[in-house]
Design a protein around this ligand. Sequence first.
Ligand code: NDP
Length: 802
Amino acid sequence: MNVAEIFETMEYGPAPEAAASAQNWLKEHQPFQLFINNQWMPPVSGRYLDSINPATGKSLAQIAAANSSDVDAAVAAANAAQPAWGGLSGHVRARYIYAIARQIQKHSRLLAVLESLDNGKSIRETRDIDIPLVARHFYYNAGWAQLMETEMRGYGPVGVVGQIIPWNFPLLMLAWKIAPALAMGNTIVLKPARYTPLTALKFAEIVQEIGLPSGVVNIVTGEASQVGEAIVKHPNIDKIAFTGSTEVGRSIRRATAGSGKKLSLELGGKSPFVVFDDADQDSVVEGVVDAIWFNQGQVCCAGSRLLVQENIAERLIAKLRARMERLRVGDPLDKAIDIGAIVSAAQLKEIQRLVDQGVAEGAEMWQPSWACPTEGYFFPPTLFTDVSPAASIAQVEIFGPVLVAMTFRTPAEAVALANNTRYGLAASIWSENINLALDVAPKIQAGSVWINCTNLFDASSGFGGYRESGFGREGGKEGLYEYVRPAWENEEAAQQEEPRADEDEAVEVEEHGLNGMNGLPAIDRTPKMFIGGKQARPDSGYSRTIYGPDGRSIGEVGEGNRKDIRNAVEAAHAASKWAGSTTHNRAQILYYIAENLSVRAQEFARRITRQTGRSLSSATEEVQATISRLFTYAAWTDKFEGAVHRPPLRGVVLAMHEPIGVIGLACPDDYPLLGFASLVAPAIAMGNTVVVIPSQAAPLSATDCYQVFETSDLPAGVVNIVTGERDVLGQVLAEHDDVDAIWYFGSAGGSKMVEFASAGNMKRTWVGYGRPRNWLDPFQGEGEEFLREAVQVKNIWVPYGE
Ligand code: NDP
């Protein structure tokens, strides 16, 4: 018998991991209580729920079912603890977080077994992936706590954070959320998923053991309708961090609209796995195994859509089926299995429903010849071919071990298919031609792109979605900003009284009406809207009169409506080439706009005075500040760059700043010119195109700008201006599915409306909640906060070596 034959005949023996320690730990602790203020508290309801082992269908432990009174107690504890915790030096917080990391390593096997038992995922994964990454997140964020005072200067903690996590990576999701929140000085109320609370409870014990101050971390178990909703709505929680389904994410966006709570959402995905014909096909097959059969396919960034170049499809599918035939589904505690149990009976049923739907819609379904265990919740690896891109199985997140395959001919077709989804979480690209891979990576709308690899994660590299996969990042430095606020926001924003126009500075020349120069009637000057580089009359055929502070009419602007916004959005999309222009070029244009504005500085100052009644010197100061602001963003255009991370693998992660796309901007009323420029300049500097609603009360400074744009080489459609009622137009922008983000600086009520209406396509929002912001102050009116809102980070993983 030769070696090849021996390999053929070798059978797997059982390699079970002992569960005794974990079972004993469960026995000693149950029923599990709530962890509030570093104490184990019985739930007010007196109710307990079973946590089920999905590999057997049997109960593992009894878990407290909290209600809103328990959530109140946890929130009160977190609020009481926050000032002291946030007030500790970064170094002291780093010591605590470091101690947590150490404890996780010391208890790593217990945690790995508990996770396998509770979730059904294989011990191979919990032992080698989940738990090591958990420790890594705490170590990495201990470092950020240490560096906070210097590296996050000007920022403070958000306060109390409500965190809601899913069941697919129970402890890892806890780590992704708790570690950065602690590092930045926040206190926490966390709700584990109903199906998988056990490792969070072991984590609570670790918190107690290391002596973390009471109330800093509170773990409240129970059902979504009792605990989850109470956290989301709680008035004394300052931020919600959620991972889970897009549907629930959308409801949380709506529930928190206008509350001023910060929000980050990590939602679903339908990630493409793109294989070009020059890819190493054996590696591709192993990549697919990791992409869709890792964690039973219950992974938000699972590579669930296999897109193969047509000329290799037949061969690759044959190889894949051969590999699937050899995959092993079974006891999660057996070290030699590939696929464990599905988390719950309900999830199993849902997977089966979607698979049946795929068959009914005419796709070809293939499963290996062997059968899954009959006890517990198991589902075989499943492959669909002949799938139409519009089929439900190609569009809906199945969250199970189900792969759908489609083919493409050209790279352009691959990109189009890859982007043919409402999600944008991740993508894998397989090609031996790195030029091709690096050309395609920026074109796919996804937060993480893996080249010749898949499902790699590290604390140093941010993770998060584009489009309906949510917003906000976890990991990397960018993840920290989810847990801080600019320090000035916490200080009383003292609005300075602006001096009124002096008698002798009063502006005499009227632009409207009959008082022209030399007694002649003035030539009527009608500011229009500015759409696609052209001056445009309003669709409505109506104009609105703009009044000065003395109540006199000083001009008219178009009354914009839904149609004007639609045209403007279309024009902004048509100008998307702007994103591909060089940063040098974009900077040059911003400098040029500043130069042309300075030539007309006096005229702009007079216009401000007429609209606001402020003195000419104050208005001149605003114009000069605007010119300076344009210079600031011209300067940043080629300097606000991404980073290169070195995660623990042979390779690099390129964290690229990418424009978001089309941003809707609703300008503040104060500082009609500076407010306009403060939003437009950072947005276009970073390669976005914009639809701007100027100050409702004083729009003439913005409409005057289009003449400046026309003489400054700004390509048509990059800036579009629609005048009219801010909240009416803002709502149209917020509801528009082709607008990717919206910044709104109007009233508190308008802020709420924008956040609520944006839930439709989960667009990113940045609103002012009607709070005063001093636009003249460089800390409040310009800088990194604006630049960060103007970009999304794409992490491109590039392993190297032969
Ligand atoms: P959910 O989004 O319902 O649950 C995620 C977390 O949110 C859980 O802790 C859940 O609590 C909680 N929750 C649910 N509803 C609310 C609410 N209204 N307010 C506050 N918190 C709430 O996911 P499911 O577990 O129901 O899974 C359904 C589908 O979601 C999956 O099939 C998959 O497609 C997707 N999903 C995506 C994930 C991702 O990582 N992107 C993770 C998990 C699921 P409880 O557990 O008590 O219900």
